[in-house]
Design a protein around this ligand. Sequence first.
Ligand SMILES: [Zn+2]
Ligand SMILES: [Zn+2]
Length: 323
Amino acid sequence: MRLRFWGVRGSIASPISNAALEAKLKALLKRAIQKNVQSEADLAKFWSSLPLHDRGTYGGNTSCITVHDGDDFLVLDAGTGLRLFGKELSTGKEEIDKPIHILLSHFHWDHIGGFPFFGPAFQEGTRIVIHSPTNDAEKYFKVQQSSPFSPAEFAFLHAAIDFEISKGLDHKKIAGFHVSSLGMSHPGGSMAYRIEGNNGGIVYMTDTELADIGIQNIHEYSTFFNGATLAVVDTMYGLLETYTSKLRWGHSSVFPFIDIVRDTTIKTLVLFHHDPDLDDKDIEEMRERAQHYYEHNTPEGTMEIIAAYDGLELDVPALNSDA
Ligand SMILES: [Zn+2]
Ligand SMILES: [Zn+2]
């Protein structure tokens, strides 16, 4: 199983500013001069020594991830990153032969705003199935894609689009994967998904606030994580100082997630749904402090902590490495 991240921001698309890009480029050139980069070989060595926040950016598209296993795939959320996945899926193809299954966590704009720009939805012969917690999904999609909000109305789409309820799933087979769901604490509610392949699987738990969930829910969450090997979690208010000023806004800091997953089967924890106010250095700092917190509290632990960025691809660790 493999994941690809097409959008990792929360709330609103937030591309890097020109001023931030210019500052990055100047700092890079200065370091290259100091390192006496003279040849292409010097450049390749210099480049590979740089962390992501110096040589690139975490990105600005909103929530969208694809899960692949061989020819099988499904999509998690339809934020602005979905447009790019649509382009890749459609390139060179007159017809998309497999149904496209999209699992929605909920209907806030940052999770559905990419759909009106999803190329395959305009293609004859495509079949799209949208799984969501409510039977009002079709109504919401029609409103989003109606005049005066959108130039291409929902009725204009050529694909066959079906809607299915994803609430209360327990090992339902969708696109070759076993999918389970769990309701989250978020304004208006949201849905977490566990998606399992043959050996390992992922939990996608975005847009959730862990404060006040109580011991019963912590047990329920641990059970939900168990069996999966990679977790993508909402750490929008990553550090405690941010979180305490935004209590009850429906998002989490990174630390309670570490506490919940450290005794489960999770081997890779992916920080996701980044606050649009965080710049690349802030996100790296959050990841470093999360790593430090984990190592300090779990000296024998081997879990990897990664901050998601647009374009990141990850192999899902095997549950049983002997298999
Ligand atoms: Zn969101
Ligand atoms: Zn939300």
